[in-house]
Design a protein around this ligand. Sequence first.
Ligand code: GUN
Ligand code: ZN
Length: 428
Amino acid sequence: MKIYRARVFTPISDPFAGNAAGSYRSHDDGFVAVGDDGRIAATGAWGDQPAGGEIIDLGHDVLLSPGFIDTHLHAPQLEMIGSYGGHLLEWLNRYTFPTEAKFSDAEHAARVARALYDELLRNGTLCALIFSTIHPRATEIFFEEAERRGFRGIIGKTMMDRNAPEFLLETPRDSYDQSRALLKAWHGRGLLRYAVTPRFAPTSTPELLELAGDLKREFPDVWVHSHISENPHEVAWVHELFPEAEYADVYDQYGLLGPKTVLAHGVHLTAEEIDLLSRRGARIAHCPNSNLFLGSGLFRLQAMLGAGVIVGLGSDIGAGTTPSMFNAMSDAYKVQQVQGIALSPFHLWYLATLGGARALSLESETGSLEKGKSADMIALDLRATPLVAMRSARASSLEDLLAGLIFMGDDRAVKQAWIAGRSVWSAH
Ligand code: GUN
Ligand code: ZN
């Protein structure tokens, strides 16, 4: 057993449910004991640690937190971050599709995969729901590299068969067969899981969505990952392509909405659609940085949570401009601020950790530092930069300390990271 001594902070329940003050645990001088099985054996105040075990004293300037969870990102888009100008549909055609075409080359995919997990781990993101491209080999490479790094990921091959350049289209049957083969090979292997991943309704024929639904019916345990109602032009286009239904109904008609469905954005959903998502148990990945970068709109968090829809935070690389979940928290705060709602650091940290785990249906395994869960944790340096040190030193409360990290923290604050008790990143 290893016993890490440091400041400890962890969300333990949903602060949006009412009792924000009771939604976390913190110890000014605390410990996390990690068993040889990679699970948390105990956590608490220093002095109450179990006897025996190797003590690793991280010091009082280190805060142990659950690792961050990114509920939506595109692995192949890492290299095109900051491709500016134009709203979603222009951005897809101008930059995204040509970038994704390059993933027919396995060497290119391997290069980007290495860079991706470096970036995620360096930023303290220890679990993510990930889009690949349509290419089976590239998808396999994203799985292989995740496995090599000990990363906890849910990954899927993008499915698309219309309204994109020829070089990114496939037949529905090939898409189904290749997705199925990847699912069989990777779903449930170590920390890896599979997501059936139709890109979004506009690049899908009814036949493709039908086959995606077939896969989900055949393997009910897998995830479904897609996009919904990010941009008003996109919503109007879906109404043209599927005149009989609202956007959310399109996915519902093909059996694609359930508790393991994670849809990115949902900025322009109607009250009826939000109600449908809630009844089906589907989840939303809120990606504030991306919504601002593409000018997509302002996410109505209260409407979503009020209807009972579970929400996580996503970077949405490469429309989002950084893998940092500090930034996702900071931008989520600002998107609510301009709508007259001030989220507390406890609400924001919850969304980036335990809330993300709930959005991905992984909360029994990860998302908080609690006994029995996998030791997926990060050591944050409260003196990471001169400015962060100055801000931490004057923090008047735990809440204030977290606020300093949320708004000023970045990858320099992440000293070390562990997944299932294994060190997967160290700053030195
Ligand atoms: N909708 C469909 N594809 C994409 C994508 O790659 N990025 C974003 N932000 N939205 C999408
Ligand atoms: Zn996306």
